[in-house]
Ligand binder design. Sequence first.
Ligand SMILES: Cc1cc2nc3c(=O)[nH]c(=O)nc-3n(C[C@H](O)[C@H](O)[C@H](O)COP(=O)(O)OP(=O)(O)OC[C@H]3O[C@@H](n4cnc5c(N)ncnc54)[C@H](O)[C@@H]3O)c2cc1C
Length: 357
Amino acid sequence: MTTTKVLISGASVAGPALAHFLRRDGYEVTVVERAPDLRDTGYAIDFRGAAFDVLEEMGVLDEIRGHDTRMRGTTLVDGTGAETGRLPAEVFAGELEVPKRELTRILHRVTAADVEYVFDDSISALAQDDTGVAVEFERAAARRFDLVIGADGVYSNVRRLAFGPHQDAVRHLGMSGAGFTTANHLGLDHSGVLCQSGSTAIYAFSAADPDILGVSLSFATASPELDRRGREEQERAVREAFAGHGWEAPRLLAAMTAADDFYFSSTCQIQLDTWSRGRIALLGDAGYCAAPTSGMGTSQALIGARTLARQLALAGGDHPTAFAAYEAELRPYVAENQATGRKGAAMFGGGAVPTGS
Ligand SMILES: Cc1cc2nc3c(=O)[nH]c(=O)nc-3n(C[C@H](O)[C@H](O)[C@H](O)COP(=O)(O)OP(=O)(O)OC[C@H]3O[C@@H](n4cnc5c(N)ncnc54)[C@H](O)[C@@H]3O)c2cc1C
């Protein structure tokens, strides 16, 4: 019997988690990642519910617990900086919160020995037939795989190539935000401050590193259009939205321009009628992003990876059966998380919720 060859696009959370389970089940796995190296994002992600079982099954739960940001909660302030209330840690930090880069680093490390990782490359064409998928890459030579999985995030390249344009799948929830880190001039200690004003919100927090302040500047937007624009245009939109916002806004806007880890993202969901086309399937944010306001994105990516691997194993590798069962099993969970994501966005008036911590 020949070994089933699987190509996964995306080496963040869902991709390496699926690689781990497929490798364990005897598949030959290649992961292609567009970034030149593991991505070093400034934000933290959190885990809730059954995601803990997945981490335990992977044998990484204790190590991940070692990176707990130990957040103590968030103070709400008004435009003058006066305290107006407090939020418990769980609101933004779930049951366990860790810097995203630590999770990605650990998932990569536990899979790197027997999974082929190809960084700094991207799929440029996919053509499937009865026996496999012919894949072309931007840099590497063309190859054939039995299955291709898109675990490449909200703006999934695999989804665009195999399912259609982004606008068919992306549902904007009315807000966008810039994130970056700067020096912890607020002296925060495992805590955050949230300052809401109209349709803008500033969330500043200090977690793992006491010298570093993570900042998110969120504001109302009519579409996710800015996600595809350059940094200059994104910064201009942030500055316009925050003109007149009190508290630390002027200082943080200056810090944004100086930051070397600036990122920008809109609060979106991915909604599709089906998560697979023949031998190509979607996983995690690529297939069913619930939006950062759900707090479930990372848990969903991990649970999705284990569910897909388990259904492939149960179906004895028969991918149409496995993909259908994966979708049937996961859809109710995703629907619940997406409802939470929409509620979270609406609660903050679409524009005044931090895009994560
Ligand atoms: C600002 C922000 C804050 C967040 N806060 C939280 C939080 O507090 N809690 C939480 O649970 N979730 C949070 N999330 C969501 C969470 O990060 C995602 O739900 C989770 O990372 C999904 O994992 P994924 O592997 O499916 O996709 P992603 O983490 O998006 O990874 C996709 C990967 O694919 C790669 N890629 C993209 N295009 C290509 C290509 N063409 N070829 C190859 N590779 C490609 C990317 O570089 C990336 O490595 C937040 C997200 C954002 C943007």
